[in-house]
Design a protein. Sequence first.
Length: 282
Amino acid sequence: MTALRDLIELIRAPAALSVPGDVVAGAAAGGALGRRTVGLACSSVLLYWAGMAANDWADRHLDAVERPERPIPSGRVPAGAALGTAVALTAAGLAVAGSAGGRRALAVGVPLAAAVWAYDMAAKGTPAGPVTMALCRGLDVLLGATCGSRPAAAMPAALTVAAHTYLLTALSRKEVSGADPRLPAATLAGTAALAAVTARGGAGPVRPALAGWYAAQFGLPQARAVADPSAWRVRDAVGAGIVSLPALQGALAARGGAPRLGLALAAAVPLARRLVRKVSAT
């Protein structure tokens, strides 16, 4: 019998704290904040967990060599159970999306689920990998805007989160082997640019404060990886990129006219940081 803790590790449960903010940022930008946002955020989390389970199933042979402590190669989660978990979570995520947002939500949710599986089964490890993962996160933001009056207005937020995801995924490809210092230097420059663009314009202090916090939370570990691009430093920067994302999402929600909600999203950062010390986010 697979233990609950092993399933939690398989799906990287704490990392899901970085997911609802995609939907909230998209809903704020698209004028769609409301009760349906909660359902769409739940759908997003389920699809994220599905992707984590499918990722480990697809990587089970590689993990047996590089990360034998992972749930599948260690024997704590059978490969078939991991695949079944991924399929069930995908079906549940789409069902919740349809229930919360109807056909408009499914019009984004189905391509999102397809992109998640395409990344895990084919794109990961290829030059298309970071682009595919960025597409997943961008679609996740647009999912939140599907029930609003101006869904196209969520596109800038979607592109911002997609750009962050591209940088994070490019960096994560070197979390086992270590990196050339030029890689974390390039992702650090991209992070600074994203924070600067997100902070610019608008009234009130919330947006620039959260954008600055995001830059510090993700940027400092990348700076350390520039100085020492060893595998553990790169892995630390990748983890920071995952747990700092709610701060960026909060800044985007503030830009969409929901600064209090943005602060609430950013409050997940310290909680996520504590949780990933117990269950790895990568």
